[in-house]
Design a protein around this ligand. Structure first.
Ligand code: CA
Length: 493
C-alpha cells in the first residue's frame, strides 16, 4: 500500500543521515504532538465548555491544566472540508475541496490534491513518527491514502463515518457480501484497516480507536525513539447514534433518549482520553506532549447535540456551525489554567506544529494560519485586524461569514448582519444598522478574499453537482451584494 514520492525519498535519505547524528539528542527535546478530534460535537457538549449534563472529567482536567480557547473556528462547518483545512493549513475553497467527497465506492478515486503538502508529511520529513487513527475522509485510493500522505501508521476507516458495534456491523456486512453486494455495501459497515490490511474489530469502535492510540504511544516510546505526531480522529459523537449501556448509565438524570445516547458516546471518548493520558505518563512522555482537543464542526441538535449559547448547527456559518470547544495542554510551555478568548482557526495548527517540531515547511506551501504559541504564552491576539472566513455553499446560494476582532459579519439568508460576538456570542443583536461602515468594509474585504476561491473539484453527489451548474454557482456577486435579497429568491430550503 505504501509508496513514496521522489520528494519523500530524497528527504527520507537526508533525514536518515541527519537522524543518525541528531535524533538521539533531539528526541527528548522535540515535543510529541497529539491531536484528539471529535466529530460533530456541540459547543456545550464537554464539561470544560459549560455542558450542564455531560460529564467529561478527563478532558476537563486537561483543559483546566492547559489553555482553553473560547473562540476557535473550524475552516468549514462540516466534515471533509474542515479536515482538509487541518491537514493543509488552507481554506478548502482554495483548492477545490469545499464539498465532502462523493459517497460512491472509494470516493470515486478522488482526494485532497497532492500538491497540498499535509502537516503529517512535514512532520514525517522532520523525523517524527506519525500516526492517524479513526476517520480519514480525505481520499481513499493510491496517493490519497493516509500512508501516502505522511502517516507511517494508519488504523481506521477511510470514509466519512462508521457504525460502532462490531457484532452488528460485521453481521450486516457479511450478510450483504454473501448477497453479492460487494461494492454497494454501505461504507459504515465495512471492515476497518491497519495500513491497508483489513483488521478484525471486536470492541465498541471508540474503545478500539482509544486502544490503538495507546498502542501507538507505547510503540513510539519503546521502539521508535522518535517524537510522535498522532492524529486521533474519533468519529464519535457523529451518527449513527450508538452508545454502550454502561456509558449511558453514567447519566441517569438525562431523560431525553437522544441526549442520553449522545452523552454516552462522548463519555466513551473521555474514558479513552483517561487511558491515553495514563499511557503518556507511564511512558514518561506526558510533560513533553502537546495535546490539542477540538471537534471538526458543530453539533446536530436533532441527534442530541447542544451548541448553547451559540445559534446554528453543523453546516451553518452561524457560530454553532463551526466554533468549537478547544484546548491546548503542554506542561510548562502553554499557560496552565488560562482561558484564551481571541479568535483562532484550526488552520493555525499547521504552522504551530511545524514550528514546535522544528520542521521545515516547503517554500512553495501556502498557508492561511499562524503559529499560535507566542500569542498563547503572552496572552495576546494572534491576528489583530485580520479575518477568519467561513463559506458554505447551499443549493443555489452561499452562506458566508467573517470574524475580525470582536466583529462578525454573517449572511445566511440574503442579508448581511453584524454582531459583536465577543459580547454577543449567540448572534442575537444585529448591529448592522448602527455600524454600516464596519459591514461595508468587512464585506468588501471578504469579497476580495473570495476571488481566489476555486470551483469545486467534486460534489458529494450527482444532484449537488447538477444544481451547482444549473444555478451558475457560487454566485458570489449576490453573496457579497449589500442589497437585501428575499429568502424565496435564494431558493432557501
Ligand atoms: Ca463532522
Amino acid at each position: 500500500m505504501k509508496k513514496f514520492t521522489f520528494r519523500q525519498l530524497v528527504l527520507g535519505c537526508t533525514c536518515l543521515l541527519a537522524s543518525q547524528v541528531s535524533l538521539a539528542s533531539t528526541a527528548n527535546e522535540r515535543p510529541n504532538i497529539l491531536v484528539i478530534l471529535t466529530d460533530d460535537m456541540g459547543y456545550a457538549d464537554v464539561g470544560f465548555n459549560g455542558s450542564p449534563d455531560i460529564r467529561t472529567p478527563n478532558l476537563d482536567q486537561l483543559a483546566a491544566e492547559g489553555t482553553m480557547m473560547t473562540s476557535a473556528y473550524n475552516a468549514h462547518p462540516f466534515c471533509g472540508p474542515s479536515r482538509a483545512g487541518i491537514m493543509t493549513g488552507r481554506y478548502p475553497h482554495k483548492f477545490g475541496s469545499q464539498f465532502n467527497l462523493p459517497t460512491s465506492d472509494r470516493s470515486g478515486g478522488l482526494g485532497i490534491p497532492t500538491s497540498e503538502i499535509f502537516i503529517s508529511e512535514v512532520l514525517q520529513d522532520a523525523g517524527y513518527h506519525t500516526g492517524a487513527i479513526g476517520k480519514w475522509h480525505l481520499g481513499e485510493d493510491g496517493d490519497f491514502h493516509p500512508n501516502n500522505r505522511g502517516f507511517d501508521d494508519f488504523y481506521g476507516f477511510l470514509n466519512g463515518g462508521h457504525d460502532y458495534f462490531p457484532s452488528k456491523f460485521k453481521a450486516q456486512y457479511e450478510k450483504q457480501r454473501k448477497q453479492g453486494l460487494n461494492h454497494s455495501i454501505f461504507h459504515y459497515l465495512r471492515p476497518l484497516e491497519h495500513n491497508g490490511k483489513e483488521v478484525d474489530v471486536n470492541e465498541y469502535l471508540t474503545d478500539a480507536l482509544s486502544g490503538q492510540a495507546v498502542n501507538f504511544i507505547e510503540a513510539s516510546a519503546k521502539d521508535k525513539k522518535q517524537p510522535f505526531f498522532l492524529y486521533l480522529a474519533y468519529n464519535a459523537p457523529h451518527s449513527p447514534m450508538q452508545a454502550k449501556e454502561e456509558d449511558m448509565a453514567q447519566f441517569p438524570e438525562i431523560k431525553d433518549k437522544k441526549r442520553k445516547i449522545y452523552a454516552g458516546m462522548v463519555y466513551a471518548v473521555d474514558r479513552g482520553v483517561k487511558e491515553i493520558v495514563q499511557t503518556l505518563k507511564d511512558t514518561g512522555q506526558y510533560d513533553n506532549t502537546l495535546i490539542v482537543f477540538f471537534s471538526d464542526n458543530g453539533g446536530k441538535p436533532n441527534l442530541g447535540a447542544n451548541n448553547y449559547p451559540l445559534k446554528g448547527r453543523k453546516g451553518s456559518v452561524l457560530e454553532g456551525g463551526y466554533r468549537t470547544p478547544m484546548f491546548f495542554h503542554w506542561p510548562k510551555k502553554i499557560p496552565n489554567g488560562k482561558t484564551f478568548t481571541f479568535p483562532i482557526s484550526t488552520l493555525d495548527l499547521y504552522p504551530t506544529f511545524a514550528k514546535i517540531a522544528g520542521a521545515e515547511i516547503p517554500k512553495k506551501k501556502k498557508l492561511d494560519g499562524k503559529n499560535l504559541i507566542p500569542s498563547l504564552v503572552a496572552g495576546t491576539d494572534p491576528r489583530p485586524g485580520e479575518m477568519i472566513y467561513a463559506v458554505r455553499h447551499r443549493n443555489g446560494y452561499s452562506e458566508a461569514a467573517a470574524r475580525k476582532d470582536n466583529w462578525k459579519i454573517v449572511n445566511v439568508s440574503g442579508k448581511w448582519q453584524l454582531f459583536d460576538v465577543e459580547k454577543d456570542s449567540s448572534e442575537s443583536n444585529d448591529l448592522s444598522k448602527e455600524y454600516p461602515l464596519v459591514v461595508r468594509e468587512m464585506v468588501a474585504e471578504m469579497e476580495m478574499w473570495s476571488w481566489s476561491n476555486t470551483q469545486p473539484s467534486w460534489f458529494h453527489n450527482h444532484a449537488e453537482g447538477a444544481l451547482w451548474r444549473e444555478k451558475a454557482m457560487p454566485r458570489f456577486h449576490e453573496t457579497f451584494s449589500l442589497k437585501e435579497k428575499a429568502a424565496n429568491e435564494l431558493n432557501v430550503h
